[in-house]
Write a protein that binds this ligand. Structure first.
Ligand SMILES: Nc1ncnc2c1ncn2[C@@H]1O[C@H](COP(=O)(O)OP(=O)(O)OP(=O)(O)O)[C@@H](O)[C@H]1O
Length: 746
């Protein structure tokens, strides 16, 4: 470094050293992986070899080290005592244990995000370092002991780096924001693990980004605890999960379970559609009681004694005997299937006495088992006892309940006939997302089938003990004890073979207790979902991010207290994000106008950027040909970015089908989010996503097609990062007058 080197050039050697160290760590991990792969399996009787477990370990480490290549170093703090500290994607020390980089999540990096001119602490200067590949392309300095900003000013940290990030073309995949997290966001990221934290923020305030960085922060800070129990991230749709799936790996974290609300009941992917009113009704907390009643109704006492043929004679199943057995079984508090054996035993004991009397046999140690076997095998007994207390799966219980109006009326006496008609479904209909919490509720009350569960538990305990013994041996052999515990290693072997990760096993197990749950677009969930999620996370350590002004679901939240208190009873805290990073000011103003006109009382976020004013094209028709005409103009100025055509929920299928044929091949994607520059998505699918340019088709239809149409429209309007173009043949909805009209129909 010469004395006259530019600040950017002066940082290059530091960056070079960091990347050289990264390369070294990678080759060490690669060598270990190669060595493990070359080694011969130990020859034990175990089908799962230590080789596989350690290969997995080094593969994970390599994946982590590869994931952090991009922008490995992004910050530097100059402290009052004259020392400097570099902040990066992971922490690294050199061979002499001198720290090269502080992990952005470590306490030593906190000031990089939190220090302001008003509260500089011991930071004198914060430097943002921009890289292209491994080359420093620029630095941006903030000298923190200068004048503090005036009250009410929008203070952005590393404004140049932030604006550059915001102006970048979108790729269809969310990127991490680790270099430019803002102070109000950082407070959420670093909030303590315990408790339920609700993060309310308008569109583009970084809720999704913050929730994911928080997951990475918690995994880093509470590694021991969370690596064993896992973190569950719930997002609204498969398209959305695909949009965010790169973020955590780029932060060096791969072990989270991602799910949509429709997949939270393992074994069922609920893709059925239904009336939004039916979905709202199924989300009502009273449904918990309905499911309980439905289970109780399957524990039946016959009205009269039932004659049963056994061994050529007749015994009677008496109502009083069944009632007593049922009362005793219920008192145990155990689930329906689990306690069935207790019920059956008591009923059979009573029949046994009758049968012995009928056959004039004295009950002793020889006759008792024989007569019991006769009873168990008698078809009459099997049928009638089953009718009294049938072993049930959750699917069967719910299908029976919703397919039978009488059962439903008995279990849900508070519903009107019209509501019951809404809830009714044919027995073989596809499950809908709103059925998922009901299935889970039923699973909770029914439990596993008793016999099967006992056998399974015994088998699992024996296998687990063998695995821990085996893993301990494996650790001694490899000398890697410091990096992984025997139990953790045993987990990797467990049950389904060594390649199944904790995330995969946790995702497949309904009773798994996650260490932390993150929910995005949390406003869409109903109280019944909250019950389900509370069961998945008994420690109630959760981060829920959302915006009550964007709620589309009828049963979703219009206030956090109304949605959460019935289940969480006030045990949650609220943080707010106030600055909108995605949407430029002119577009935010139009979106806010729509909410205001609809009488929705919210404060939209403060836009971080001015940007282009939004425009409207009035067309004679909003068909494929007309919209393609607008798109040609937009594509010419799009550059390498991404554009979404956002259509109302219904009535524009021809447009979606016709557009690809009217534009050059490969321009319009096949559906969902793919690599094509243009995606056609409806207002529901577009939730949580963003594009450089949004062409919104017929906003009045969006407004009118759903009970929460204003919220849908607000969501659609706030998707662009650069430019909003509205195309319409009908009038513009109330509140959208601020659009600059480019009248094409004249
Ligand atoms: N501190 C930041 N630095 C750089 N980019 C940021 C920052 N905060 C947010 N962004 C960007 O702003 C955009 C919006 O963020 P995000 O999608 O997380 O917002 P959101 O609040 O979840 O929005 P919505 O409610 O509309 O789904 C993303 O491109 C994100 O990367």
């Amino acid at each position: 470094m010469t004395q006259h080197a530019s600040p950017a050039a002066a940082e290059q050697p530091v960056v070079d050293t960091a990347y050289a160290r990264l390369d070294e760590l990678r080759s060490t991990a690669q060598e270990r992986l190669d060595a493990v792969r070359r080694s011969r399996p130990s020859g034990t009787a175990q089908s799962r070899s230590e080789r596989d477990a350690f290969a997995q370990l080094y593969e994970d480490r390599l994946a982590q080290l590869r994931g952090v290549e991009d922008r490995l170093v992004f910050g530097r703090l100059d402290l009052r005592d004259g020392t400097t500290r570099y902040v990066g994607r992971i922490g690294m020390s050199d061979e002499d244990q001198r720290q090269l980089l502080v992990d952005w999540r470590a306490p030593g990096a906190e000031q990089f995000y939190q220090a302001t001119a008003a509260a500089a602490g011991d930071v004198v200067r914060r430097r943002h370092i921009a890289l292209r590949g491994r080359t420093v392309t620029g630095v941006e300095d903030e000298v923190l002991d200068l004048d503090a900003p005036a009250e009410g000013d929008l203070v952005l940290s590393g404004e140049g780096a932030l604006m550059a990030a915001l102006a970048e073309h979108r790729t269809g995949r969310m990127r991490d924001i680790v270099g430019t997290i803002q102070a109000e966001q950082d407070r959420v990221v670093r909030a303590p693990l315990a408790g339920v934290l609700v993060v309310q923020g308008g569109p583009g305030t970084g809720k999704t980004a913050v929730a994911l960085h928080r997951a990475a922060y918690l995994l880093y800070t509470h590694r021991e605890r969370l690596e064993r129990s896992g973190v569950l991230v719930v997002g609204p749709s498969p398209v959305f999960l695909r949009y965010i799936e790169q973020v955590l790996p780029s932060l060096g974290e791969t072990g989270v379970v991602m799910s949509t609300p429709a997949e939270l009941y393992p074994g069922v992917v609920a893709r059925g559609a239904e009336d939004p009113r039916a979905a709202a009704l199924k989300g009502d907390l009273r449904m918990a009681k309905v499911v309980r009643r439905a289970v109780d109704a399957r524990q039946v006492v016959p009205a009269e004694p039932v004659p049963l043929r056994v061994e050529g004679t007749t015994v009677h199943l008496r109502p009083q005997v069944v009632a007593e057995a049922r009362a005793r079984a219920r008192r145990s508090g155990k689930p329906h299937n689990a306690v069935r054996a207790t019920f059956v035993k008591q009923v059979l004991d009573s029949l046994l006495g009758q049968l012995a009397r009928e056959l004039r046999v004295t009950l002793d140690e020889h006759s008792r088992p024989e007569l019991l076997a006769s009873l168990r095998e008698a078809p009459d007994v099997r049928r009638e006892v089953n009718l009294c207390w049938m072993p049930l799966t959750p699917e069967r219980l719910l299908a029976d309940l919703l397919a039978d109006p009488r059962r439903l009326a008995a279990a849900a006496p508070w519903t009107t006939p019209a509501q019951r008609r809404l809830l009714a479904r044919p027995r073989d209909a596809a499950w809908t997302p709103a059925d998922v919490p009901l299935l889970d509720e039923a699973a909770e009350l029914l439990g596993e089938d008793d016999t099967a569960a006992r056998l399974e538990a015994r088998r699992a305990a024996a296998e687990r003990a063998a695995e821990v013994r085996y893993a301990q041996g494996a650790l001694q052999l490899s000398g890697a004890g410091a990096m992984v515990s025997a139990e953790l290693l045993a987990d990797r072997f467990a049950d389904h073979g060594p390649r199944l990760s904790l995330a995969e096993r946790a995702g497949a197990d309904r009773t798994w207790a996650f260490g932390h749950v993150v929910v995005d677009e949390a406003q869409e969930l109903t109280p019944m979902h909250w019950r389900l999620l509370a069961r998945r996370c008994p420690s109630r350590s959760m981060t829920l991010v959302g915006d009550v002004a964007q709620t589309a679901a009828l049963g979703g939240a219009t206030s956090w207290a109304a949605a959460l208190d019935p289940v969480l009873e006030g045990r949650w805290t609220l943080e707010e994000l106030t600055v909108g990073y995605r949407t430029p000011a002119g577009i935010t103003a139009v979106a806010a106008g729509v909410l205001e006109a609809a009488g929705v009382d919210v404060r939209p976020p403060r836009a971080a950027r001015e940007g282009e004013p939004p425009v409207a094209h009035r067309l004679a028709r909003t068909d494929a040909a007309a919209v393609a005409g607008v798109l040609r103009g937009e594509l010419a100025r799009l550059g390498g970015g991404r554009l979404a055509v956002v259509v109302p929920r219904r009535g524009h299928e021809d447009l979606a089908a016709g557009l690809p044929g009217l534009l050059p091949p490969g321009t319009v994607g096949a559906g969902g989010l793919d690599d094509a520059p243009v995606s056609v998505l409806d207002v529901e699918q577009v939730k949580g996503l963003e594009f450089d340019v949004v062409v919104l088709v017929e906003p009045l239809d969006v407004l009118e097609q759903s009970p929460r149409g204003a919220n849908d429209l607000y969501v659609a309007l706030t998707r662009p990062t650069q430019r909003l173009v509205v195309v319409h043949a009908r009038d513009l909805p109330p509140g959208m007058g601020a659009l600059r009209a480019l009248d094409r129909s004249a």
